[in-house]
Design a binder for this molecule. Structure first.
Ligand code: DX5
Ligand code: ZN
Length: 215
């Protein structure tokens, strides 16, 4: 069964509590929380303070996607804020192995995110150590962009890498997921679907989540 992780980046921040409550009551499995620093990506979103508030609204898993440089400086703050999974970008981490160890030592699951241009093969020597690969299917920074089709073959490649090693890493697809393309993403081997606009720009978000969950 696939895991559905709506991204609160597309929520209405004037009524964040209601949107969190809606997700909590819905069939969503995880809360996907997008942290942007205006340096690694050309946008700024929110940090540990907001996540601490979101954490209080649910006991569902908080999946924190860091789109920031020097994530090691903030890993502890995100743990304190309530992150269950902490994902760092491979492109932002010259010492990726050390970042992964730090996240695990802090007691969180470790995720690694890949930009659309980054080859899957770069994960080879860490794939056995991580819990999640967040494969970007848009260029990170904004919600509401179109799915990059080349991602489908990258999912297949990653699936076979994971299946041929001792890795338990889940494959998460992030960006441009819709009711129309979700099935082909899952068929290619993905485990987790992130969805921002598809969920929050709909008139009936709970129903969209339930439709995604049924695929
Ligand atoms: C993009 C973020 C995504 C984004 C997904 O930088 O990492 O999680 O919010 O939004 P949609 O589903 O609207 O592409
Ligand atoms: Zn994300």
């Amino acid at each position: 069964m696939s895991i559905i992780a709506p991204s609160l980046l597309s929520a209405n921040f004037l009524r964040l509590e209601e949107d969190c409550k809606m997700l909590h009551e819905s069939e969503a499995d995880w809360f996907h929380l997008d942290v942007m620093d205006g340096r690694f990506v050309p946008n700024i979103s929110f940090g540990p303070m907001i996540i601490e508030f979101i954490r209080k609204t649910t006991n569902k898993l908080c999946d924190v996607h860091l789109m920031i440089l020097e994530p090691e400086k903030y890993a502890e703050a995100f743990k304190k804020a309530g992150a269950d999974i902490l994902t760092v970008h491979i492109e932002a981490c010259p010492h990726l192995h050390r970042n992964i160890q730090q996240i695990k030592t802090l007691g969180m699951q470790a995720g690694v995110a890949l930009n659309p241009h980054t080859p899957v093969s770069l994960l080879k020597d860490v794939i056995a150590d991580i819990d999640l690969v967040c494969m970007m299917s848009v260029n990170p920074g904004f919600g509401g962009q179109s799915f990059i089709l080349n991602t489908i073959q990258k999912i297949r490649e990653l699936r076979s890498m994971i299946d041929s090693t001792a890795s338990n890493a889940k494959i998460e697809i992030d960006g441009g997921v819709t009711l129309e393309n979700a099935k082909s993403i899952l068929d290619a081997g993905a485990d987790v679907l992130v969805a921002g606009n598809t969920v929050f720009k709909s008139a009936d978000p709970k129903n969209i989540i339930s439709l995604l969950k049924k695929l």
